[in-house]
Design a protein around this ligand. Sequence first.
Ligand code: FMN
Length: 337
Amino acid sequence: MDYKELRAIAKEKFAGSCRVCPVCNGVACSGEVPGMGGVGSGAGFKNSFEALAGYRLNLRTVHAVSQPTLNCQILGLDLAMPILGAPIGGISINMKGALTEGEYTKAIVTGCRQAGTIGMTGDGPKAEWYMDGINAITAEAGYGIPIIKPRQTDKIIELANKAAEAGAKAFGIDIDAAALVNMTNAGQPVGPKTQADLEYIKKNTTIPFIVKGIMMPDEAALCAAAGVDAIVVSNHGGRALDATPGTAEVLPHIAELVKGKITILADGGIRSGVDVLKMLALGADAVLIGRPLAIGAVGGGAEGVALVLNKLAGELRTAMLLTGTADVAAVSEDVIW
Ligand SMILES: Cc1cc2nc3c(=O)[nH]c(=O)nc-3n(C[C@H](O)[C@H](O)[C@H](O)COP(=O)(O)O)c2cc1C
């Protein structure tokens, strides 16, 4: 299967829930939640895409970098690329059932592992959704990271410990889902967490703890102070709060405060290896990819996910060579024009 075939199959299977646009920028699907878009005006999604597009790169070719290193260590894991699979849940409602929840999580977790990296899985009002992720992770010898909704702290700890028993390499909470009505309506309250709550979760769990959905430098610092292992600078693909800035706009301010103190992951509108390099130059240690991997999963299962990841890695390698960047662990901010 090639990339073009994969996209054609995906487009048919999405049945309009994702249009598989030539440029995945949040315009055609704006407001489509449920669906694949950003909430409300869709600005959060569009701003992430546009912010990245606004950065330019310095082309450099008088140097000795001909074999850039993409391998990296993230949360103690040896990865072939600084690119991870983002958690996506609610396949039945968001993708018109293009795949079952179980098929989707398996495609992401297995496809990421095939490409030498790691994928995340989601959580939702139906208990099976979380367990579909855990089952996919178990089948891949623990190579997966479940992201739990910001439920009551003891429930988070219970689910995180279930992940640890399954051998998961880390777990997280998508703290920006703090106002998710479908959780509350299903009698499973979610909400914001205090620094003390984060400390309590960290103290009562055994595997690395990720907080996904941080957009403010001061809150990144609170996470670091609470002993959290990693943050994901993310606006949830523009699906939590309307009118949020692009993640590439806030990332340098967050990095200024916590780079080196906590692992910084980031996502939102990353569509090419050039975009990955930009995010690394702006302060991320690694990035997460959402919708492009959904297209891979729906179009070609695990193989499709691995194909999209390897395409991104190839583009990143080219961009590193053409900016004189030797190693993803040391991307200079001078890469940005
Ligand atoms: C349909 C859909 C469902 C999502 N479900 C979850 C989820 O269950 N948990 C979570 O942490 N993030 C979820 N996200 C957000 C993604 O993990 C990620 O932050 C975002 O999609 C990244 O932006 P990108 O799609 O532009 O790459 C979802 C995103 C989409 C599009």
